[in-house]
Structure formats: structure tokens, C-alpha cells
Write a protein of this length. Structure first.
Length: 263
């Protein structure tokens, strides 16, 4: 069993627990009553320059603990001050040591949109995402069939939530397009063996129509990579580990943007 299968297996248990302790109709009512700017996440990515989604995560299956010291609210404020277009927050607890509480607390103190980074396999998680303060959710093509993907996008649309639909190959991109995805991400990290190659984004960009926002995820560490992605019409990048390991996230973002030279 590969790591993605293990994460999904654990997520199923988490969803079952959530369902046992939740009245789904009450949860839906609560989600629909929340009034927030609709589709704030995708609107934030529609910029003339490449947009930056800066990630907050404590750990990952491939790297273990990334941030021993984890002042998640301070990190969020630092990202916002640095000029991030959006923030991604890990809420998956078993492999990434995330928590819904992180996203809840962050949503109270920043104005830029927040992507909930988790493994969404049931519609109950979409309503939960709205309630904890997310502006967008991650939907992973490889763990959802086309019909489910389409249904989840429809539910998210009804809540004003954007969907970043994550793909790894041409087949998954076609599935995302058929499901009416408006934001398609290509994960440069293979979740089955953890190998990383940003050429994956560049090679797959040609399959995504220009009216769909295209996001390159994982393995981005330096300004030349950003330049290369921008040259290939990539609209946004999602960067986690590079920022989480940096002592000065504002400086790191300036370096990646090419505003100052690394020294």
C-alpha cells in the first residue's frame, strides 16, 4: 500500500467519526448561513504576475517534522505581510500533523484567502471546510472518480468555495476539465514515491485551457524555477517546505519573486 492509500484509509476513519458525531442537516444549514466573499481564492489568483500560495504545515510524510517550532498564527501574519496572494493550511492530522483549529484561528486574523489542504473524500468535509473558515478546498483527482469530483465542485460552488483540483498526469487533467474545474493544480511531487520534478507542470500545462487557472505545486525552491514556470504561462505556485524552513519568510518570498538577489 502506497502512502496516498494509507492517508485515504486514515481519512475514511476520520470521516466516519465526524459523521457519527454530526447532524449533517444542521451542519449544512450552518455552512450555508455563513456569509463570506464568494470565490475569494480564485479571484486572488487572477493577477498579471504569478501568484503565490504560501503553505503552513508542521510535517509531511516525506520529510517528517518540518517545523519543530510552529507559531502558525505568526506564520500566517508573516505571509500576509510579505505579500502572499493566498495561504494554504494543512488540516490532515495523522501524516501532516495538521488540525482544523489551525485554519479556524488563522481565518480570524488575516484578510487573504485560505485553502484547506486535506484529503476530501466525503461531502461532509466540504461543509466542514466552510464552517472552519476556508475559502477553498483541495480536491485530489487520483482519489476521486469523475462523477464525485463533479458533485464536490457543485457543492463547493453552492457554498462560494473555490476548488483547487490537483492532478499528476494528462488523464487526470482531462478528468478535471470534464468535471468543470476552474483551477487545476499539477503536483510536481509523486505521492507514490515522493520524487519531485517541476518539469511535470511545464509538460502538462499544454493540456489545460488558458481560461482555467493553472497552479504548480511542490518542489519550488528558487527564483529561476519561478521564471521558468512564468515563461510557460503558469498562473500560480503553491510553496510549503521552502517557506516553512526559512527563518525569514518575508525575505524568502522577495527572493523567489526576484525582488532581491539571494546572498
Amino acid at each position: 500500500m502506497n502512502i496516498l492509500d494509507k492517508i485515504v484509509e486514515k481519512t475514511l476513519l476520520r470521516v466516519e467519526k465526524l459523521k457519527r458525531g454530526t447532524n449533517i442537516n444542521e451542519l449544512k444549514d450552518e455552512a450555508y448561513k455563513i456569509k463570506k466573499e464568494a470565490f475569494k481564492f480564485e479571484n486572488a489568483l487572477k493577477t498579471d504576475d504569478i501568484a503565490f500560495i504560501c503553505e503552513i504545515k508542521k510535517a509531511s510524510p516525506s520529510k517528517g517534522i518540518i517545523a519543530q517550532n510552529f507559531p502558525f498564527k505568526d506564520i500566517a501574519l508573516e505571509y500576509e505581510k510579505a505579500g502572499a496572494n493566498a495561504i494554504s493550511v494543512l488540516t490532515e492530522p495523522d501524516f501532516f500533523l495538521g488540525a482544523n483549529e489551525y485554519l479556524k484561528e488563522i481565518s480570524k486574523i488575516i484578510n487573504i484567502p485560505i485553502l484547506r489542504k486535506d484529503f476530501i473524500i466525503d461531502e461532509i468535509q466540504i461543509y466542514e471546510s466552510k464552517i472552519i473558515g476556508a475559502d477553498a478546498i483541495l480536491l485530489i483527482c487520483s482519489i476521486l472518480d469523475e462523477e464525485t469530483l463533479k458533485d464536490f465542485i457543485t457543492i463547493a460552488d453552492s457554498l462560494g468555495l473555490s476548488c483547487l483540483v490537483e492532478t499528476h498526469n494528462e488523464e487526470e487533467i482531462q478528468k478535471a476539465i470534464k468535471a468543470k474545474a476552474r483551477i487545476i493544480g499539477v503536483n510536481n511531487r509523486n505521492l507514490k514515491d515522493f520524487s519531485v520534478d517541476i518539469k511535470n507542470s511545464i509538460n502538462l500545462k499544454k493540456f489545460v485551457p488558458s481560461n482555467i487557472i493553472f497552479v504548480s505545486e511542490s518542489g519550488i525552491k528558487e527564483h529561476p524555477q519561478i521564471k521558468e514556470l512564468k515563461k510557460n504561462s503558469v498562473n500560480a505556485v503553491l510553496i510549503g517546505e521552502t517557506f516553512m524552513k526559512s527563518q525569514n519568510k518575508e525575505l524568502e518570498l522577495s527572493i523567489l519573486k526576484g525582488e532581491i538577489n539571494e546572498s
